[in-house]
Design a protein. Structure first.
Lengths: 510, 313, 289
């Protein structure tokens, strides 16, 4: 080694040392992430499961994503779309120089093929398909989407990470997907079902410039590897966090918070607020077809007890009648008066009488995939019985639940939950084709108005109208707000609490 | 003798055939349409019908059964719905943890049971004997999953001596795997030591009263030598048999223990397959495990033929 | 078997009972079992709270004071639930024994008595025994759909071959005994011989095996429920209680501790009694593990 080279290296080393605090993130290392289970697929288009989104967002990217304020921001697109004045033509400029994991360049052809696949296989894509007149490439770096009618949620839909409009190479559009080849900062190395999914750094990744900004902005690849380990049992996940076996542990029961506090190997990460549990009603047939019965259900329920049984301490849940909590622009109290946490068996009984209820059992479909669903169901069953309902609580596994809920003859209420979605139009239950099949003239009027309005300020007011109609019609019952708990090792840095945790930008302290 | 072996062999084939039939019946009786499961909640009735036709599910049961037998003879157990690979591959991938779990559990159980059983027989009726017999009964009364939960809480969470669950990452060496196996093997070993202990004690009691043991004693041989050289050696064959049988029984215990400890073995595979309605996997796993048991039994019979000429045929 | 007289008189029964009660383990086992059964049967009188009474404000209270065994995540009284769960756990055990006995004895007698049926039945028994019991139970419950009844049916099917094998073997011996042959020569019908002479002699081995099957069935039910493949989770059995308490280990250990101890005590006392029965009734069965 020549003296000059040596001096340069020493100099560089000193400079690096001097810059120490600013460059604190170490490159390298492997993180073990404990997840709720084995994902059914690695194709985020065909699945709406959060788990699938969490894992695949590292591998497959969308045209847009969300920044830290939940505003849509470009990812594979160069900037937000140019929308024609009539709101029907979206022109999307793509970033250039982006390559897929297989080495090929991403072009408009890939984007058009992927978006078309999305309209065919993704549930959100299929809902949108009827409103899309054409998807075409204008030039190798420009794509144009033409709509039948203005549809404001489109960009948010293209930014979502489950039922996601991910961009795949044009020649790798098989359904079912053969291998997840995308443009993301990490690529799939090995998948051993029920053991791990191993992602490694993609050296050809082209990050956005600048600083990280939520899911948007720069995506830094400090970690060499990310391993997602399925740990279906919640208690095992807690124990895995306590013993330091996993660097990040997702979806813990919030009540484990105290056990994680003051530990050496782990620390709690609370995401507040995370989402809302919901009782979805079958408005198409059976008992809950009657609005009075739906009102009776809501009047019977004591949300506070349900939330307390499911989440324990008040630190972990909030009573909230509005569809969105205060921290969101969508928060409004329109229509919520007297429509929440009523817990009045007499009122419910009177409504039941009005509906001439004949003692037919109310079939509540729930699963134990999420323990809190089942707990809320049990408390709800007691309150419903007190109001005079006959209750048939059907506890099945999640896969069975998703099958049964598709058949209106099989259920009256099913229990699920959702994170607070950045765009209310993405709430599945607002769609007439989603299980529950809520379809009334009132719904149509307010939801259509909301979806076709482009002006953000006006949309806020229009959302208040949607909420008012939901409160009056009771197609589903929001139970409250709840927080999400995860745990991370103190040495893992740069992980931001998020509904779908991501590990680009994360690093391990030596 | 050749006739006896042939008879036993044909008998084994007949049992295999019944095993296969039982598995076929159980899986066909199961509710839920495999085609609907495969396609997921978004599928249309048309899609389901097409897939049913492709899978032959629209055929009469007898036709399906004959087809199933044909596939089986070619070593084809079908394709897993959830895991996106042939069932045989899925089973092969999970064989290692189950094999080692069984092996180490048996080792631990024997290490606990043999010395205690021998000594208890030697001091028949003593306080030690009573305590050992009661302890064995206690061990057999503990649900293995409950013991597993307690072990995890103490050894893994409180003292951090062992990992809580799993089988190590992609690059884990054998030592790491061993660490992951330690607690489940201990839990399973303790629970299954009971049977071996009681059997060892009983077999030793049988031989300790025999003439040659008395003769050895009267010749002034040391007690330890009498017990180990003469008595234990003669009690060994029945004891080894019961250890072998325990190994077969362990597969049962392993189903639950693997689930508690998140070991990706065959038992865990079956439980998740049931929860995921992955019928081909349930079917394949049941078949392979039962077939192994039948084969092992046949092998033991044949071994007896070699070892013990008194076996009549 | 040959030793026991065809008609055991009253004095013989008293003698056996005396032998049985001389054993300390049997007495302890019987007392514990009796206590558990009494608690379970008298649950409505003893339980301070209804087993499903929710009281969310009082959730996860430690044992002592108002709640002897503490409360669970819904504020339900763990003591009340434990003794109510005992009813179902014991019911499952008992029902499985009855089911297994009916199936096993029928199969075993048919195999033992009708030569033509012997080989096919023996093959079926062998094939059933080739499946590890929990695994077969899991598969059967998966096929029949999980519920209290299907768990009983599944476990009954799983344990029936054990009894069938013993019954078959004994029947093969008994049918050759002089007094049975004599009865046949006198023209007594086969079903009558089976019930009169053979079943009477099978009482002891069935009783002994039944005790153990009772114990195994309780363990198996707990295992199935723990895996979420057994009795519906809102039905309190010791297994479902442990499964529910798992999430609160380290936070509310009493939720898993008490039902676990209840299982261990019941299974242990059943085994103690079964062991004593085996030694007293038929020393030769000792090796038939």
């Amino acid at each position: 080694m020549s003296p000059l080279k040596c001096a340069l290296l020493v100099g560089a080393g000193l400079a690096a040392l001097a810059a120490g605090p600013a460059l604190a993130q170490q490159k390298g290392g492997v993180v073990n992430v404990a997840t709720v289970g084995e994902p059914p697929t690695l194709d985020p288009m065909v699945s709406t499961a959060d788990l699938v989104g969490i894992i695949t967002q590292h591998v497959l990217e969308t045209l847009y994503t969300f920044d830290k304020n939940w505003k849509v921001t470009p990812l594979l697109a160069e900037k937000l779309p140019e929308i024609s004045p009539d709101g029907k033509v979206y022109t999307i400029r793509l970033r250039t120089g982006v390559t897929f994991h297989d080495g090929s360049d991403m072009t408009a052809e890939d984007v058009v093929a992927s978006l078309k696949r999305w309209t065919q296989v993704a549930s959100r894509g299929k809902q949108t398909a009827g409103n899309i007149a054409a998807i075409e490439a204008v030039d190798p770096a420009t794509v144009r989407i033409t709509l039948v009618a203005p549809y404001a949620p489109l960009t948010a839909l293209l930014a979502f990470n489950n039922s996601a409009a991910v961009i795949l190479p044009a020649e790798k559009q098989d359904n079912p997907m053969k291998e997840p080849v995308g443009t993301g900062p990490y690529k799939l190395k090995e998948r051993k079902p029920d053991q791990y999914i191993q992602l490694v750094r993609f050296d050809g990744y082209k990050s956005l410039p600048g600083e990280p900004d939520g899911y948007g902005g720069a995506r830094k690849q400090y970690l060499d590897e990310i391993r997602f380990v399925p740990v279906p049992d919640a208690n095992t996940r807690i124990e895995g966090a306590l013993s330091g076996q996993y660097d990040y542990v997702d979806a813990l029961p919030v009540e484990a918070f105290d056990r994680l506090k003051g530990q050496k190997a782990t620390e709690p990460v609370l995401l507040k607020p995370f989402g809302w549990p919901v009782f979805v009603m079958n408005t198409k047939q059976g008992l809950t077809e009657s609005r009075d019965v739906r009102l009776a259900v809501r009047s019977a329920l004591n949300m506070e007890d349900m939330l307390a049984a499911a989440f324990g301490n008040k630190e972990f849940f909030a009573l909230d009648a509005a569809m969105y909590p205060k921290s969101y622009v969508w928060s409004t109290d329109k229509g919520t008066e007297g429509a929440y946490n009523v817990g009045d068996p007499e009122k419910a009984a009177a409504l039941l009488k009005k509906a001439s209820y004949d003692g037919k059992p109310l079939r509540i479909l729930t699963s134990r995939q999420y323990e809190f669903h089942y707990k809320m169901a049990q408390v709800a069953a007691e309150y419903l019985k007190a109001a005079g309902f006959k209750v048939d609580l059907q506890v099945v596994d999640w896969a069975t639940l998703t099958q049964r809920r598709a058949d209106p003859a099989l259920w009256d209420i099913y229990i699920t939950h959702s994170p607070f979605l950045p765009e209310p139009a993405l709430i599945g239950m607002l769609s007439t084709s989603a299980p529950g099949w809520w379809d009334t003239p009132q719904r149509r009027a307010v939801v259509d108005a909301f979806n076709s309005e482009a002006d953000p300020k006006k949309r806020e007011a229009l959302w208040g109208e949607v909420q008012r109609v939901i409160a009056a019609d009771v197609p589903f019952i929001k139970i409250g707000d709840f927080n999400a708990l995860s745990a991370k090792a103190p040495k893992l840095e740069g992980v931001v609490p998020a509904p779908w945790p991501y590990f680009w930008n994360a690093s391990l302290k030596k | 003798m050749a006739r006896y072996i042939l008879q036993r062999f044909l008998g084994m084939l007949a049992v295999m055939f019944v095993v296969v039939t039982i598995v076929f019946v159980i899986v066909r009786v199961a509710p839920g349409d495999p085609a609907a499961v495969m396609l997921g909640p978004d599928a249309t009735a048309q899609d389901v019908a097409t897939l049913r036709a492709r899978l032959g599910l629209d055929q009469p049961l007898v036709v399906q059964y004959v087809y199933f037998l044909g596939q089986l003879l070619q070593g084809d157990l079908g394709q897993s719905i959830f895991l996106d690979r042939p069932v045989t591959t899925a089973l092969a991938e999970r064989a290692e943890p189950t094999f080692f779990l069984t092996l180490f559990s048996i080792l631990i159980a024997s290490l606990i049971a043999l010395p205690i059983g021998i000594y208890a027989a030697y001091r028949r009726g003593s306080l030690f004997d009573q305590a050992a017999t009661t302890a064995a009964m206690l061990a057999a009364s503990i649900p293995s999953f409950w013991l597993g939960l307690i072990f995890i809480q103490f050894f893994a969470v409180r003292f951090g001596l062992f990992p809580v669950s799993g089988y190590g990452g992609p690059d884990a060496g054998f030592l790491v795997r061993l660490q992951h196996l330690a607690l489940p093997a201990l839990a399973l070993g303790v629970v299954s030591s009971a049977l071996i202990l009681r059997f060892t004690r009983a077999s030793m009691l049988d031989v300790l009263g025999d003439d040659y043991v008395r003769t050895a004693r009267s010749k002034g041989m040391g007690e330890f030598r009498v017990v180990m050289r003469h008595a234990f050696k003669n009690a060994l064959i029945p004891i080894l048999t019961v250890i072998g049988l325990t190994a077969a029984l362990l597969v049962s215990g392993a189903v639950i223990t693997e689930t508690v400890f998140g070991l990706p073995g065959v038992g865990n595979l079956v439980v998740s397959a049931v929860l995921r309605r992955d019928y081909p996997v349930i079917q394949g796993a049941l078949l392979v495990i039962a077939a192994l048991y039948v084969l092992i039994n046949f092998a033991i019979d044949m071994l007896y033929l070699v070892v013990d000429p008194r076996v009549r045929y | 078997m040959a030793a026991s007289a065809p008609t055991a008189g009253n004095s013989e029964r008293v003698r056996l009972l005396g032998l049985l009660l001389k054993r300390r383990t049997v007495v302890v086992g019987l007392v514990v079992l009796g206590l558990i059964a009494a608690l379970a049967i008298l649950a409505p009188l003893i339980a301070p709270y209804a087993p499903n009474k929710l009281s969310v404000v009082n959730r996860l209270k430690p044992p002592g004071g108002t709640w002897l065994f503490g409360t669970d995540e819904f504020g339900r009284d763990v003591f009340s639930r434990t003794i109510y769960a005992g009813r179902l756990s014991l019911l499952v055990g008992g029902a499985v024994v009855v089911m297994a006995a009916v199936l096993g004895v029928t199969l075993g007698l048919c195999a033992g008595f009708f030569r033509r049926l012997d080989t096919p039945i023996a093959r079926i028994i062998d094939a059933m025994m080739a499946f590890p019991d929990i695994l077969l139970a899991i598969a059967l419950v998966a096929a029949l759909g999980p519920s209290l009844v299907t768990v009983i049916v599944a476990l009954g099917i799983v344990y029936a071959p054990r009894l069938a094998r013993i019954v078959r073997a004994s029947t093969l011996v008994i049918r050759e005994l002089p007094y049975v042959e004599a009865a046949r020569a006198l023209g007594v019908s086969t079903p009558r011989i089976m019930t009169r002479h053979v079943l009477r002699n099978l009482v002891s081995p069935i009783l002994v095996q039944g005790t153990f099957i009772f114990a195994y069935a309780m363990l198996a039910e707990a295992g199935l429920s723990f895996l979420g493949l057994g009795v519906s989770p809102e039905v309190p059995t010791w297994g479902t209680m442990i499964a529910a308490g798992r999430q609160y280990i380290g936070q509310a250990d009493w939720m898993t501790l008490f039902p676990g101890v209840a299982i261990v005590l019941s299974v242990l006392s059943l085994q103690m009694v079964g062991d004593g029965l085996r030694d007293v009734l038929d020393p030769r069965l000792r090796k038939d593990l």
